[in-house]
Each structure stands twice: as C-alpha cells, then as structure tokens.
Design a binder for this molecule. Structure first.
Ligand SMILES: Nc1ncnc2c1ncn2[C@@H]1O[C@H](COP(=O)(O)OP(=O)(O)OP(=O)(O)O)[C@@H](O)[C@H]1O
Length: 200
C-alpha cells in the first residue's frame, strides 16, 4: 500500500466523502485504498451517532456523579443548604434545595432563574457554574468550591475592613464590567496620598 493510501485510510475521509455524496471523490479515495466503515479489512467499525436529545442541556449533571460520602454543610440559603462535596473527584459547592421545598412552584422558578443566569456568566471574578441537576429531585446547583468562602463569611470573620481593602474588593466586584478596568487602572496610577484621602 502506498504512503498516500495509508494516510488516506488513517484519517478516514472516505466516510465523509460518502456521507456528503461526493461520488467522484469517494471513487478516488477507494482507488487509493480507502475502506468503508466495517468493510472487510477495515479497522473501523460503524459507530452510530446518537441524535441530540431535545431539551437536554449539556450542563445537566447526573446526580450519580456526585459524591456525598465526605460532604460537609458549608452554608444555608433560604431554600436549601450548601454542601462541599465532590463531582468527578473535584471538590465543588452544591446548593441542594430542601426536599420539602422541591415541589414549590416559586422555589423551582427561582432555582431555574439562578441556573439560567449562571449559565451565561463566565468571568474570573464570578464563581464558576459547573452544572445543575434539574431533571431529578432534589434540585441541585453545582459551582466551583471557594476555599475562602464568600464575602459575607469573610466579613463575619474579619469584622470591619480597612479602607484600601474595601476599595480593592469593590474594584474586584466592579471589574466584572470591562469598562471598570479603565477606572481600576486609573486608580492604580494614583499617587498614594490621593488614595488615602479618597478612602478616609
Ligand atoms: N461556591 C461556594 N464555595 C464556598 N462556600 C460557598 C459557596 N457558595 C455558598 N457558600 C457558602 O454558603 C453560604 C450560603 O450561600 P448563598 O448565600 O449562596 O446561599 P443562597 O441559597 O444563594 O442564599 P439565598 O437564597 O438566601 O440568597 C455562603 O455564605 C457561603 O458561606
């Protein structure tokens, strides 16, 4: 078999040519040794491609992938508890809707709203949404686990913050809007005395 034929066979363009009904190209590839799926001597087997499932989102998480054996409760919200658990061997934060609220229409609406919002957000300063369990109960929302907790927890532990820390936190929050980066850059260019006056 010629070098060309080996390359053609390796990358299996014949299936693509046949799929696209490019008959002359198919013939040309066959004349160079290209084999059809499943054809005698072919090392490729036909692999049926499942059609996309309607209404199934690629962020839907199968609850069997969540590992709760060493989970701990790290917080409580109005409708559920927040646990530190594992998903695919990675520590994650899971907001789990309380079983007795799982059928509450308003709770479900609120939960779906939060999921729909988080799906659209991607920014280093926003907790990363990883997926959600929406097709089975209890409903769950899975995000990256923040080792330092959230700002509320931080304030509870540290008490009043000094003004420059407050400004840095405010800038981190505001940086979610790209325009604010200009302001942030301008502030870092300020002389130290100016910032002192501004923060007191
Ligand atoms: N991703 C996370 N990583 C680490 N800790 C978290 C995370 N998410 C939440 N927590 C902890 O759980 C607490 C409650 O979380 P949060 O306020 O998000 O709950 P919630 O259900 O959204 O509350 P509510 O619905 O009342 O606004 C936080 O104060 C924080 O301590």
């Amino acid at each position: 078999m010629s070098h060309t034929a080996v390359l053609l066979e390796d990358c299996m363009p014949l299936a693509d040519a046949e799929g696209a009904k490019k008959y002359s190209m198919s013939e040309l590839l066959k004349s160079y040794g290209g084999l059809c799926y499943g054809q005698n001597g072919s090392h490729y087997e036909p692999r049926p491609v499942l059609p996309p499932q309607p209404n199934r989102c690629d962020w839907e998480i199968d609850p069997s992938e969540l590992e709760f054996s060493n989970s701990i409760i790290i917080g409580k919200g109005s409708f559920g508890e927040i646990l530190k658990a594992c998903w695919r061997a990675t520590p994650v934060a899971i907001k789990r809707i309380l079983p007795n609220l799982s059928d509450d229409r308003l709770v479900i609406q609120d939960f779906r709203h939060e999921v729909n919002l988080l799906v659209k957000l991607r920014h280093p300063n926003i907790v990363q949404f990883l997926g959600a369990v929406t097709e089975k109960k209890p409903l769950m929302l899975i995000t990256e686990y923040l080792r330092g907790g959230d700002l509320h927890q931080y304030l509870k532990e540290k008490g009043a913050l000094n003004p420059s820390t407050v400004i840095n936190f405010a800038l981190d929050i505001a940086r979610v809007n790209p325009l604010v980066n200009f302001v942030a850059l301008a502030i870092t260019r300020l002389k130290p005395g100016v910032l002192q006056n501004f923060s007191t």
